[in-house]
Write a protein that binds this ligand. Structure first.
Ligand code: ADP
Ligand code: XUL
Length: 539
């Protein structure tokens, strides 16, 4: 029997998926997940993030991620026959960085199986907290890096993205500027993905081209560090970065710690990647055409691209895909957390929230810009919720939120140039069919639910199987790798309503006017509303 383990260290939780791929047998044999806040309350995170007086700062604890990894591998050893695990791969929240000192290499290479992992890691960090993707404190560093390499358009052309606050390069630069001594004491800078892979293998892992594209440091086409961006970010950085490698690289074998403490075999450890590249595989998007909308902590819209079509406006990101091709990605920070804030403010359960969506009619709630936190798309650094054209019926607030989020996703992902006819919906909120109906109506596309809600962990497990076969010189094609695990549930199909789609097509102009007005004081959105009403009455 060949078992493949996929892990996903997301913002709020750690998940595991175990696949049995033996001959013709292809089945998921185990899945489990736990929330950091609930099982590791001693770290004091809320939704996986450490409290901060500055709303732009978002950090988490690399020790907490390690302790969670240890807990998960202990649980798996209790629940399944881990001796059958052939290869392990992982996914992690993107952009977050981990700063290790000169003791780290030795410490992670000599982990003692008689002591808990976390007790052996206290002394290995040159910075105890890790900045994560929700951090938006580096606008100044973004401008400096972009200026040094010839501007944002050039940075996007070479790395796939203009400078973004949460990207690792600007974060590293801020650390270097604010804590030069701690920066100097840093021997290695890992991403969350490569840090966790290093703990599994007991040696430094490389960064794959998928997660490496989220740093503003990698030459996208070449799949290696771009010297100019590295030099523009911080001194001596090239000696602190792990190498970049293709996504099917073997890091090594599971370290003796895991073998002796929990009974794991020396299974192959595959280079980890970011959660979005892993989700691309876990949602079955191994060909260009279909897109996925993932509604987890953040909302993301992504799809495979055969060519790296970087948009000059720099609105989205192009990164490496685990298949060796490329992927387009647009990220909205105010996803599930905004939905939860609105739901809580209405005093509703998810069932009530869904009923409110069902019982209200399109456009009746006006527009709600849910910028509870700084927003990535469109760029909003000073958060603030904005409501336009609200009605007296409180239930329409739920509708205004969901419609506005879907219109933002539709408008701001059109740069990918993909004619969207089918959407694979994933992430926690994809369980909600009322939300998916609005998605179908806004995009004018068929929407399918996937059986697995954790597509990132599934994608990681599938990547483990792919890399294992490649290492044995029996490469398997990507459609064959994902076969049987990623097909959408046929009975879940939600089709767009033609009338509502036509309505939303016009309503999108009202949304866009509200957004422009909120962002830079563009024309009063009332004019757009009047035009919308006039067009409706002329129909
Ligand atoms: P992540 O992987 O980013 O931690 P998940 O993909 O697990 O997040 O999604 C978790 C989110 O799913 C929760 O924060 C919650 O808001 C949302 N969620 C769960 N059930 C529903 C539902 N029925 N309707 C809408 N959202 C839901
Ligand atoms: C991607 C991004 C988020 C995180 C969330 O650019 O910032 O989707 O990866 O885990």
């Amino acid at each position: 029997m060949a078992l493949y383990l996929g892990l996903d260290s997301s913002t709020q939780s750690l998940s595991a998926v175990v696949l049995d791929i033996t001959g013709d047998r292809r089945r998921m044999v185990h899945a489990e997940s736990f929330q950091f806040d609930a099982v590791l309350p001693q770290y004091g995170t809320r939704h996986g993030v450490l409290p901060s007086p500055d709303p732009r700062v978002a950090q988490s604890s690399p020790l907490m991620w390690a302790e969670a990894l240890d807990m998960m591998l202990a649980r798996l050893a209790r629940d399944i026959d881990v001796r059958q695990i052939t290869a392990v791969c992982g996914s992690a929240q993107q952009h977050g960085s981990v700063y290790l000192n000169r003791q780290a290499t030795e410490a992670i290479g000599a982990l003692d199986a008689s002591r808990p992992l976390v007790d052996q890691l206290h002394g290995i960090f040159s910075r105890s907290e890790s900045p994560i993707w929700m951090d938006s404190s580096t606008s100044e560093e973004c401008a400096e890096i972009a200026a040094a390499v010839g501007g944002d358009t050039e940075l996007a052309r070479r790395t796939g993205s203009r400078a973004f606050e949460r990207f690792t390069g600007p974060q590293i630069r801020r650390f270097f500027k604010r804590s030069p001594h701690a920066y100097e004491a840093t021997d290695r800078i890992h991403l969350v993905s490569s840090y966790l892979a290093s703990l599994l293998a007991g040696r430094h892992a490389s960064i794959d081209t998928g997660d490496g594209s989220g740093m503003n440091l990698m030459d996208l086409a070449a799949g290696e560090w771009w010297g100019e961006a590295v030099a523009a970010t911080a001194p001596a950085l090239s000696s602190k970065l792990p190498p970049v490698s293709v996504s099917w690289t073997l890091v090594g074998a599971l370290a003796p710690y895991w073998q002796h403490r929990y009974g794991y075999p020396p299974a192959r450890v595959i280079v980890w990647s970011g959660d979005n590249p892993c989700s691309l595989i876990g949602t079955g998007l191994v060909r260009e055409g279909v897109i996925a909308v993932s509604m987890g902590t953040s909302d993301t819209v992504f799809g495979l691209m055969n060519e790296p079509r970087v948009h000059e406006s720099g609105i989205g990101h192009v990164s490496g895909s685990p298949t060796g091709a490329f992927m387009g990605l647009t990220v909205f920070q105010n996803g599930s957390l905004a939905r939860e804030r609105v739901r809580e403010s209405l005093g509703m359960s998810w069932a009530d929230f869904s009923r409110a969506l069902h019982e209200t009619v399109p456009t009746s709630g006006g527009i709600l810009l849910p910028w509870f936190e700084p927003e990535i798309t469109p760029r909003v650094s000073a958060p603030g919720v904005r409501r336009f054209f609200a009605s007296d019926d409180r239930r329409t607030t739920a509708r205004a939120l969901i419609e506005s989020q879907q219109m933002a996703m539709c408008l701001h992902s059109s740069w990918m140039g993909v004619q969207v006819h089918t959407i694979h919906a994933t992430g926690g909120a994809s369980a909600n069919r009322e939300i998916l109906q609005i998605m179908a109506d806004v995009f004018g596309a068929n929407v399918y639910q996937l059986e697995v809600t954790n597509s990132a962990a599934l994608g990681a497990a599938l990547r483990a199987a792919h890399a294992d076969a490649s290492a044995d010189a029996h490469p398997v094609s990507w459609p064959d790798v994902v076969r049987g695990f990623v097909e959408p549930v046929a009975s879940s199909l939600i089709t767009p309503d033609a009338g509502r789609h036509a309505l939303y097509d016009k309503w999108k102009a009202v949304y866009a006017a509200c957004e422009a007005h909120a962002l830079d004081g563009g024309a009063e959105p009332e004019l757009a509303l009047e035009r919308f009403r006039r067009e409706l009455s002329e129909r």
